[in-house]
Design a protein. Structure first.
Length: 94
């Protein structure tokens, strides 16, 4: 059963790597952040599959990665909101 979980983890890792294309070629910041979220979600999925295959320590790393991924989304939302407010007021990047 461990071989099945490791194979599934490899498949998820390969599919997540396809998201690198969007990260590098994304037309906007939102596309790049969504790609970073795909990496976070894919990374958590891979780590959970590795933990199911027998490496229990990967559960702690998966939890940490999930928390960091959520904070990245929150930071992007705050940054985007501030830049929209400053652009609307005509101050630009001040």
């Amino acid at each position: 059963m461990a071989d099945f979980f490791m194979g599934a983890a490899l498949l998820v890792l390969l599919l997540t790597a396809i998201g690198l294309f969007r990260l590098l070629r994304g037309p906007g910041q939102a596309d790049r952040v969504m790609s970073a979220q795909i990496f976070g979600t894919g990374g958590v999925a891979v780590l959970l599959l590795v933990a199911a295959a027998g490496e229990i320590a990967a559960l702690d790393v998966a939890l940490l990665l999930a928390l960091l991924s959520a904070f990245v989304s929150l930071a992007f939302a705050v940054f985007a909101d501030r830049s929209n407010v400053s652009a609307a007021s005509g101050r630009g990047g001040e």
